[in-house]
Design a protein around this ligand. Structure first.
Ligand code: 5AD
Ligand code: SF4
Length: 497
């Protein structure tokens, strides 16, 4: 298995190790109120921020990656960028200037899949006339496979999310004149580790600890597109965390479709909580996040660890999907409403207040008014700090695709609006209670026009605030909340007394 190490953005720029972070906003595909979401909006995230090629290297061709989807996709793109940098490619500033243009796209809902085909259409002429090489990566590639070549014959590379280990070979085939190269194997038992990972977020380092998924939720394409669950060896994870700490990162986000199902394949045999504690104990690491947790593998020990270890962030993203036990069963979610609520009660009993967020699908086939009502009452009961809610979208190769009693689109829309409205009220009420409190935030952005800085609390709340200090980007500072909105807080920097 390849050795993994990270080069931060500054290292790419200066050849030195990561020092002061750049003044770019974090490379997120539209994280919501509390971030930590498994799948963000379908907004694209683009590589790179600028021309960051190592000065010593003689740049060959240039590349540009556009990413749609979740943090796992964003991080996959970082690793793909690492592979390309390792082969001497340099980042282009925009798609038009790139010799190699890659789309890394999530297919969890139909919209993202449609978007990539429309983007591919935009580049048909430059592929034909200027020799631009166009590739499709990720879940859409895995899902659509060879059909992509049929629908968009100017595409030269199709590589699914479970086959990234093949990417260097595929790129080599392209370089040596290959016209249509494809990696779509699902039988991989390895994880995607790269010699270089080009990290695009200077403040938060993403790190995949488990790939694929062994659950089989009836609506979900992930088991099909990302393959079976594979955990990464704990030594390899911890080596990478140490290197990240050495290069200046203080915040780590562990990633996996079901991150808490982690099971160390090496003789050390760590479970998820042991790994969490070990990551948090690495000198220099101040914040450890993880997403997404599956309720089935959510145990009390996780809450106990958060209570005991300050570096473990007090935020848990625990998708419920529905508040109706009947629908949960037909979704094959493996837990009931009461099982789920029991897990919530462990978090509510913790000594540290834990912020809880969730994903919810409305309009799953067979969802009645009364099932939907169960979901709305669940919101009231749990009091989430953020919810990502979606209309059910039928996906190919999923069991729900052929289920009876589809809910009409209009009704899905109506339910979504009711749910979002209710949740917005809950967030307003919850956030208002925070006015007057002081939180530590990691400053990760600046709104120059508003004269505000922006950062996140350990509970992943966004806090926009004023400061009399000149430059606090990348610092941990104390901020007192002065106002609250449904999706973020406003405050002022206070110096510790
Ligand atoms: N339709 C709508 N939402 C979906 N999700 C997954 N599959 C679908 C689908 N077919 C949502 C789930 C999941 C989140 C990442 O996306 O809520 O937790
Ligand atoms: Fe999809 Fe279910 Fe696996 Fe999550 S747990 S990735 S929703 S199959």
């Amino acid at each position: 298995m390849g050795k993994t190490f990270d080069i931060g953005i500054d290292a790419l720029r200066t050849g030195s190790s990561h020092s002061a972070p750049l003044s770019s906003s974090p490379a997120q595909g539209g994280e919501g109120l509390l971030g930590g979401r498994s799948f963000s909006s379908d907004m694209p995230t683009s590589f790179p921020l600028g021309a960051l090629a190592p000065e010593a290297a003689t740049p060959r061709k240039s590349f540009f990656i556009e990413t749609f989807g979740c943090q796992m996709n964003v991080h996959d793109s970082e690793k793909v960028a690492g592979v390309l940098l390792g082969r001497g490619y340099r980042p282009a500033e925009n798609p038009a200037q790139a010799d190699l243009l890659l789309y890394n796209t999530c297919s969890i809902r139909e919209k993202a899949a449609q978007k990539v085909f429309s983007r591919l259409g935009d580049h048909k002429l430059s592929a034909r006339n200027d020799g631009k090489v166009i590739g499709v990566l990720g879940c859409v590639a895995q899902q659509e496979g060879e059909e992509i070549f049929e629908r968009a014959p100017w595409v030269s590379l199709v590589c699914g999310s479970a086959s990234y280990r093949k990417l260097p070979d595929l790129v080599e085939q392209l370089e040596t004149g290959g016209r249509r190269v494809m990696g779509l194997d699902l039988d991989t038992d390895e994880t995607f580790e790269t010699e270089i990972t080009r990290r695009d977020n200077p403040f938060r380092a993403y790190l995949t600890i488990i790939e694929g998924c062994d659950y089989s939720c009836a609506y979900c394409v992930v088991p099909h597109t990302r393959g079976p669950e594979r955990s990464r060896a704990s030594d390899s994870v911890l080596d990478e965390v140490r290197r990240l700490a050495d290069s200046g990162y203080t915040e780590i986000q562990l990633l996996g479709q079901t991150v808490n199902s982690y099971s160390d394949p090496s003789p050390r045999g760590m479970n998820f909580v042991e790994l969490l504690r070990a990551v948090a104990a690495v000198p220099g690491i101040r914040r450890v996040r993880f997403t997404t947790s599956h309720p089935n593998d959510f145990h009390r020990e996780i809450v106990a660890a958060i209570d005991e270890v300050p570096a473990l962030c007090d935020h848990i993203h625990l998708p419920v999907q529905s508040g109706s036990t009947r629908i949960l069963k037909s979704m094959r979610r493996t837990y009931t409403r009461d099982d789920y609520l029991e897990k919530i009660s462990w978090m509510r009993a913790a000594r540290r207040p834990i912020s809880i967020t969730s994903d919810i699908i409305v309009g799953f086939p067979g969802e009645t008014d009364s099932d939907f009502e169960d979901t709305v009452t669940l919101l009231d009961q749990v009091q989430y700090d953020g919810v990502f809610s979606f209309k059910y979208s039928p996906r190919p190769n999923t069991p729900a695709m052929s289920m009876a009693d589809a809910v009409p689109e209009e009704e899905k829309g109506r339910r979504l609006a009711i749910l979002q409205d209710r949740q917005r009220q809950i967030q307003i009420e919850r956030n208002e209670k925070l006015v007057g409190e002081t939180f530590e935030v990691l400053v990760d952005g600046r709104h120059a026009s508003r004269g505000q800085w922006s950062g996140r609390t350990t509970s992943n709340r966004i806090l926009n605030f004023t400061s009399s200090r000149e430059n606090i980007l990348g610092e941990y500072v104390q901020v007192r909340v002065t106002r609250a909105g449904p999706n973020s807080l406003v405050g002022e920097h206070v110096e510790p007394s």
